[in-house]
Design a protein around this ligand. Sequence first.
Ligand code: 5AD
Ligand code: SF4
Length: 440
Amino acid sequence: MQNKVYIETYGCQMNVADSEVAAAILTDNGFTICKDITEADIIFLNTCSIRENAEKRIWGRFKSIRYLKKKKPDLLTGLIGCMAQRLKEKILETDQFIDIIAGPDSYRHLPSLIEEASSGHKAVNVILSREETYSDILPLRLDNNSVTAFVSIMRGCNNMCTYCVVPYVRGVERSRNPDSVLGEISDLSEKGYKEVTLLGQNVNSYKWTEGNNIINFAQLLERTALENPSMRFRFSTSHPKDISDDLLRAIARHDNICKHIHLPAQSGSNRILKLMNRGYTREAYMERISAIRSIIPDCSLSSDIITGFCTENDEDHQDTLALMEWAEFDFSYMFRYSERPGTKAIRKLKDDITEDIKTKRLNEIINLQNKLSVKSKRKDIGRVFEVLSEGFSKRSEDFLFGRTSQNKVVIFPKGNLKKGDFVKIRVKNCTSATLIGEII
Ligand code: 5AD
Ligand code: SF4
C-alpha cells in the first residue's frame, strides 16, 4: 500500500490550516504524513490562486515534481486547494503527471481519490459546498512548533471585491460551529499550545445562529479568551466595512487578545475603492482607525495595498500614499494588481496600467512602508512588552525569538527560558526587521 504522504503548502494562513485538515483526514484513513519529500509515495501541493505570481511559482514547482516522478514512476501527485479548483481542466490537459485534483471543499474525498488514482485513473473532485466547514475534523499540526496554531472559524467569502478570485475558488461564506472552534482550541491548550490565530476571509462577518441566539465574532472571540486564560489570541482578516466597536471593546477588555488588527485598506482613493467594490470610503476607513486608536490605544495596525488597479491615476496613487502615512501602518503586504480570471474586474474593467508604472508605484509604496515600519519599531525602544517565546532565533541558539502582542518580532537572550514561555522584555534596540530586547 502506498501510504506516505508529503504535503507542501503555498499561500495564506488559511492554506496552512487547510493542509492540516487534509493531513488529519489522511491519517484517519491509514496514511502517514512524512517530512521528507523523497520518501513520499504521494505528494500534494496545496496551492494558491490569489495573485498571478502565486500561480507562477506553483507552475515552476511542477517541473521539479515531474522530475521526482520520472525517478519514481509509482509516485502519485496531487494538487489541492484554490489553484486546483480554478485550473482543473488546464492542469489535466497540460500536465499529464498530476494524478489527483481536489478543491478546498473536497478534502474528505482525498482517500477515495487516492484509491482511484492508484488504479491508474485521473481523480478529480472540485465540487464547492455551501455547508462544509470540516467542523468535526481535528487538524493534524504540521509545523511542529507546538506553540502557535491557526484555527479556521469560517470558510469562503461573500464580498465580491472586483479584483478577487477567492469567492470563486473558495465558495460562499459559512461560519463554523462555535463549540467545535472552542473544542479545537481546548485540545490545543491541553497539548501545550500558547497562541491561536482565528482565521477567516472576513472574520467580522462570523455568524452562528442557534435557535433565537446569534453569536457574532466579538462574542466568539471573547468566549475564546475567557475560556482559555493561559493562551493568547489573534485573528485575521478583518474587513474595514464590518469591524465593529463591540469587537474593539472586546479586544480592549482582554489582555489575552492581542493588540494587533490587520485591516486591509487596498487603496486610499475613493474612486478606486468604489471600482474595487470594497464597500467603504477612505473617510470611513479613517474613522475606523480613529476608533481603534481611541478604544485600544496600544494597538498595532497592518494593511494590504494593491497598486496599479484598473484606471488608477497618479492622484489615486498619492491618495494611497497619504492614507498610509496618516494611518502609520506598522507593516503592510503590498501587491501589484494582477488580473484574475473569472473576476468582475477582468470582465468589466481594463487592466490599463503598464507594468512599469505598477512597479514604480509599488516601489514608492514599499519605500514609504519601510519608513513607517522603522518608525513603528523605534517607538518601541525603551518600552516593556509581554513576549511569547516561539523558538531559537535564526542566527544563534543563545537567543530566542518571539512576538509582542502587537505582532512585532523580538530577539532576546535565552536566559533560562524555553519555547512556549511568556516573558517580559524591554526593547533595547531594533534592526529594520526585528526588535532586540532583554529579559526584565
Ligand atoms: N491582484 C493583486 N493583489 C490581490 N489581492 C487579492 N487579489 C489580488 C489581485 N488580483 C491581494 C489583496 C488581498 C491580499 C490577500 O491579496 O490585497 O487583501
Ligand atoms: Fe477577496 Fe475581498 Fe473576500 Fe478578501 S474580502 S477574500 S479581498 S473578495
